[in-house]
Design a protein around this ligand. Structure first.
Ligand SMILES: [Cu+2]
Length: 70
């Protein structure tokens, strides 16, 4: 199992959190998504490492911006 953490900006409420969670959950290989609204931290769990660009595209699709990877 792999866990990757990213920073997302632009989220302001629970709706934003669900939008990001929904889009990122749809990325192939992703098994778990956790979003912390206060810090903008996005934690993605997967069986194998997921392409950062795929996560970035999913966050973009939700209407927000992935500004960092950690
Ligand atoms: Cu919102």
């Amino acid at each position: 199992m792999t866990t990757a953490t990213y920073t997302v900006t632009g989220m302001t409420c629970g709706h934003c959190v669900s939008a990001v969670t929904e889009e990122v959950t749809a990325v192939p290989g992703v098994t778990g998504v956790d979003v912390d609204l206060a810090s903008g931290r996005l934690t993605v769990t997967s069986d194998a490492p997921v392409d950062d660009d795929a996560v970035r595209a999913a966050v973009d699709e939700a209407g927000y911006e992935l500004t960092g990877t950690t």
